[in-house]
Design a protein around this ligand. Sequence first.
Ligand code: GLA
Length: 422
Amino acid sequence: MSGTGASTRPAALRPAHCGKDEPVIDAPLSSPIAAAQEACRREFGPPEITTRGPGRVNLIGEHTDYNDGFVFPAAIDREVAVAMRRRDDLKVQLTSETFTQTDRFSLDAFERLSPGPGVPTWSNYVRGVVRILLDAGYPVKGFEAAISGNVPEGAGLSSSAAFEVAVLTALNALYELNIPPKELALLAQRAENQFVGVACGIMDPFISAMGQRDHALLIDCRSLETRAVPLRLAERGVAIAILDSGVRRGLVDSKFNARREECETAVRHLRRLLGRDSIRALRDVNPIEFNAVARELPDDIRARARHVISENERVVRGVDALEEGNLAVFGKLMNQSHQSLKDDFNVSIPQLDLLASLAQKTPGVLGARMTGAGFGGCTVNLVEVKALAAFRDTVLASYRERAGMDAKLWVCDAVDGASVIS
Ligand code: GLA
């Protein structure tokens, strides 16, 4: 069994048993693993295998993955757990503790579920993964599975990739498919792109499958090479704090796919303007080249490209700064990333802007930015441990006053990627 997200935080920062003076809020986390196993036992019988797939927080590098660029996420101690048993026929039976719903289908004929009242659309993540495995020729048979998770949905922390990766990890182990983690991440992405219908990049399944405890992963989304960079949070006296704006979005109906198309349009323009056929993605254009022709681009397209090209630079500079122990520079780059996502990529919302600007003004906060796709969800904050309590008090109170709603804060650990528990 590899890491299950056991906390490495100083005792005073652990969310469980939050005492009055402890600077972290949010209810103690229930264990999705125990819940999934219990539900499997209750509904179907003892599980043969239990797996977990973690959510993620992206520290910097947003909307760069599908532009063949760089990202820098960490897997976090929020996860989806799947407890599974084999069947001898082609039937699949599912129960979700998270959605308190069930679903069943047969491997010889099943479709994507369309949204509607009471429809268990979460099952599309299982259906999608199964479809992709079958199409790729993997010998999958029927199964029964119970699912439970504590990655908030639509919060930009990648609950869907966590789910897909957990299911794939379970089927991989149960049917001895021998799929290595990188390939598993690619299969999860294909399920999301081709079955669920979101043109997402590789970042989320990749970090969920390949995360490393106490590290963030620099991923080159073209070559899929990675570098695990130690975070040394405790030693450096800083914490990764997530602020949940409380605004939810669905990627299927958000402007995510539209942004991706705008980036492709930018590539076509830049290929023509720079006279270079080898430009395959925004990754292939450097800031100097971009600035030389930027004024020739339509306004929206210029802004989208400017974000991606500058964000790639920020990731590379940010990782260098972190490796040199220069957290101040890393934090400034996070702040700039937020500004660029807001002004140029146009994926932020007023609540995320408010959280980021409140945080950026708070002493002891090194950097703050929205994380994930945007249109709702969370910000990620790099905060000095000694400043956490004041950070919590001032930001949460001001947010309530000015946004008229409550945000939630939790400090997260960087954990290992997906694993088989038993
Ligand atoms: C979503 C997608 C990712 C990535 C981010 C934005 O999480 O699933 O592939 O594009 O948005 O960085």
